[in-house]
Every structure is written in C-alpha cells, then in structure tokens.
Design a protein around this ligand. Structure first.
Ligand SMILES: [Zn+2]
Length: 350
C-alpha cells in the first residue's frame, strides 16, 4: 500500500489552544494504528504532542477536521467500529465495547463521581432542566433529579433512554433555559475544546451550573521520560485543573469545585483518575468589583466594551488569551486605577 504523508497547517500553530501561551513544549508522538486507518484512511499523518507549562494542557498538534471526526465517530462503538478496533487492539472485544457504554457498573461509577461533587452545591429539587451535552443516550443523567426535564444533545443521533428527550436543533438548544448542563468525557475528544467551552458558557443563564468531567491521563509522561513517541488515541486532549481554571478565568463564572478523583478503569484508556469541575454562572450582583468599574466608566465612550457582554465580545476576538491577565488588567497606580482592555488604557480616580 502506498503511504501518503500529509502535513497539516495545525502543525504550524504556535500558541496553546487553550490559553494562548506561546512557550510550549513539543514531544514526538504518533496516532495509534486504529486511528490511522479509521480516521485518516491509512494516510500517514504526522503529529507531535504539545504541552503547555502554563495551563498544564497536553494535546496533539494535529486537530482532526470535521470529516475526519465523523469518520471516527459515525457508528461509534457499533459493530463495525468494534471489529475494526479489535483488529489492532486485541483486548477490544465485543463484551468490552458493550461494557464501556452500557454497563450498570459504568453508570454507577459515573453517577458516584458526579454526585460526589454536585450534591454539595445543588439541591436536586432546584433543577428544572438538565442538558447532557454529548451524553450519548442520556443514560448518565443521575436519577436524583426527579423533577427535572432531561435532554441530551449528541451528534451520534442514538435513541435516548426513557425519560430523556433528544435535542438536535441548535435554536432549541440556545432558547432553552438550562439549570444544569453536563459535559462528561467529551472535551478530551474534540478538536477545538475552547470553542466548545465557550458554547457551553453561552447556553448558561445567571444561576445555572455546568458540570464537566474528564479522564485524568498521565501515561504520556512515561513515554516522554523514556524518550519514546507518545501514542495518540481518540483522546486528543488531556486536561489539568489549571487548564479549566484558565478557561473559566473570567469574573462571570465561579469555579465551585475543580479536583482530581479516583475511579477504576472503565474506558480502556488506563485511566483510573478523573477530573471533575463544577462551575456556576453567577448573578452580576455577586461581582461588586466589576460593578464598581462599570459605574466608574459610565460616561466614557469605551463604556460599550465594559460589563458582562465584554466577556463574550473579547473572547471572540482573542480566544487564546487569558481574560484576566492579558486583556482585562486592573492596576493601582498612586491614586489612580488603570484599567486596560484590548490595549486601551483608562485612568480612574480611586
Ligand atoms: Zn495553555
């Protein structure tokens, strides 16, 4: 078979795709043979592993296109998928494949990890609507939310479990008022995770919660230590607590919990630790400091860029930057306070 080498533009990207830091470490890496066949149709795609020392994020330099992603995920964990994968990974049997998505053990594990966090901060009776973004059939939405209307948004289009409705229309997704959004074991798969985080933020109203769960993977560190190329499987991203701290580093979102928890191996990726994070979009009155700045800026022509809409506006313009540190800096200089937004400095009397 003739092997075709593809060089992707993404290899030229310089900054961390989550926080924008340009001082990245790069290590030799390669896609596992299963992905090379299924996703890239046997074209040899060169990649390396990037590590951002600022936010701890690890990711493959190649970001698969929508077409490559749909080749991988269409019929995900279906019969053909399982057979194709077992060709390369002998332990990926039919029973193993089934257990990943549908076993009771997995459901119990996922529920216990999530509820161990959300029960501390959320009273189930206060949640009227839940969206499980990328939640397969909706089987992982905890049953304690008895009164809530439950929805799932999933590209695979699989049939939902009883009591869960499917939402596929983007307009419906945007127009619903979600009290709790779950996004579990999704962000490690996507090519543009920051875009997805921004989308999830845009679906939240003041007072809503976002629960994120991810595998904690550190196998790459062993390969790096031994000087071996790091194998890249379908988890093309590996998050750390710091990555999420940066991603929610605006005054509008509170991180209620962001921690590593232990679990047992369920998804075949040698992952026994998880990262879980609960974020709340708070009411503006919960941010007295920003309120003060807004009122101080009332009479200026730049007022339009201040306030809460500024977060979305600036994020859209400079996605890879850290809002607090690089765009929205506030310094006290003698008797003045200097606020810098998008390079515009404004001086206010204290
Ligand atoms: Zn980073």
């Amino acid at each position: 078979m003739q092997v075709k080498y593809i060089f992707k533009m993404e290899n030229l990207m310089s900054g961390c795709i989550m926080c924008g830091n340009e001082d990245l470490e790069r290590f030799p890496a390669e896609f596992v043979p299963f992905l090379q066949e299924r996703m890239f149709q046997n074209k040899k795609v060169e990649t390396f592993l990037c590590h951002c020392p600022t936010c701890g994020f690890y990711y493959s330099s190649v970001r698969p296109s929508d077409e490559e992603m749909s080749r991988l995920y269409n019929g995900y964990r279906g019969e053909a998928y399982q057979k194709q994968r077992q060709k390369f990974e002998s332990n990926y049997t039919e029973a193993f494949n089934h257990a990943l998505g549908f076993s009771e053990e997995n459901e119990i594990l996922r529920n216990s990890i999530m509820l161990g966090c959300v029960k501390k901060y959320i009273s189930p009776s206060c949640i009227k609507t839940i969206l499980d973004y990328g939640g397969d059939s909706g089987q992982y939405i905890p049953r304690i939310f008895k009164k809530a209307e439950k929805f799932v948004y999933d590209v695979s289009g699989v049939k939902t479990v009883r009591g869960v409705k499917s939402v596929s229309d983007e307009r419906v997704l945007k127009n619903c008022s979600w009290d709790l959004i779950m996004c579990c074991h999704v962000l490690e798969h996507v090519s543009y995770p920051l875009d997805l985080i921004e989308k999830l933020k845009s679906l939240m109203h003041h007072g809503s919660f976002l629960y994120i769960e991810l595998p904690y993977e550190d196998y790459m560190e062993d390969f790096i230590k031994q000087g071996l190329p790091v194998p890249i499987h379908e988890h093309i991203n590996a998050f750390r607590k710091e990555t999420l701290e940066q991603a929610f580093g605006s005054d509008e979102f509170f991180i209620l919990e962001n921690e590593y928890v232990s679990g047992f191996d369920t998804d075949g990726s040698a992952c026994s630790k998880y990262l879980r994070c609960l974020v709340k979009k708070a009411d503006p009155t919960e941010f007295p400091e920003l309120e003060k700045m807004k009122s101080a800026c009332k009479n200026l022509s730049d007022t339009a860029v201040l306030g809460y809409n500024v977060v979305d506006k600036i994020t859209a313009l400079r996605k890879r930057q850290t809002l607090k540190e690089k765009i929205f800096s506030v310094k006290k200089v003698k008797k003045h306070r200097v606020i810098e937004i998008l390079g515009i400095k404004m001086k206010f009397n204290v």
